[in-house]
Design a protein around this ligand. Sequence first.
Ligand SMILES: Cc1cc2nc3c(=O)[nH]c(=O)nc-3n(C[C@H](O)[C@H](O)[C@H](O)COP(=O)(O)OP(=O)(O)OC[C@H]3O[C@@H](n4cnc5c(N)ncnc54)[C@H](O)[C@@H]3O)c2cc1C
Length: 233
Amino acid sequence: MTSTQGESLPTPGSTERTVIKRLGEKAVADRRIGYDILDAGFVAHVSVIDEQGQPYVVPVGYARDGDDVLFHGSTGSRLFRGLAAGQPTCLTVTLLDGMVLARSTFESSMQYRGVMVLGHCRVLEDADKDRALEVITDHLLPGRWSEARHPSNKELAATLVLALPLDEMSVKVSAGPPEDEEDDLSRPIWAGVVPLTEAFGVPVSAPDLVEPFPVPDYVSKWRRPLPPKEPRQ
Ligand SMILES: Cc1cc2nc3c(=O)[nH]c(=O)nc-3n(C[C@H](O)[C@H](O)[C@H](O)COP(=O)(O)OP(=O)(O)OC[C@H]3O[C@@H](n4cnc5c(N)ncnc54)[C@H](O)[C@@H]3O)c2cc1C
């Protein structure tokens, strides 16, 4: 992964179409916080519109690599081919941190950290493609690339690898307790936050391992560091 933090790129939420208007106080202008969110996620949702004009939102595994988000799909997928041909897209990553239970259902919400990216993908080829597959693999499970079998030429030919630049993005973070209407505060209704955390379980070996061997350390000790959360009053 390259170390750039997008120093020369537009501040998140600063372009006309990324200004967060609804609950603008949840907008985060710090690109590093957006990158932390991307580094903590596993699944991105990518929009594509088919030849009939039907929009689709496709979940994909991904990785951030410097100022790009990398993901891959089948060369046989008309949706991915559309992205490869230069269709505009929108990609989101959301981390869910908690359920916010207000006294009223209207004010009830969720704590979250989310990134939205607008732009066009470019197709990665040759060494860039190989490297992107390594970056994606090691983002999902660090160390896996060095153990797993790498893609064959036939598998590579069946795989489209795309990079979406993080030039135009927005970051929205919702945190803190419920914000009830003044009139509701005296009601005898419990209010608060139920935190949500993502946790890894105990690895389960495949039933068809060629020989019984222990789970490697990089798998059993795999823990993803939690990204810093924006303290918000
Ligand atoms: C887990 C979760 C649950 C949510 N539940 C609801 C719900 O039930 N109802 C609801 O109305 N909203 C909900 N939201 C917020 C929702 O994602 C939108 O932010 C909101 O609906 C405002 O949309 P808009 O197009 O009017 O925003 P605008 O502020 O007009 O959008 C302008 C620009 O702001 C940016 N932007 C908007 N939303 C986000 C975002 N979430 N993350 C990053 N950038 C963003 C985009 O660049 C967009 O083009 C939820 C968000 C999350 C993450």
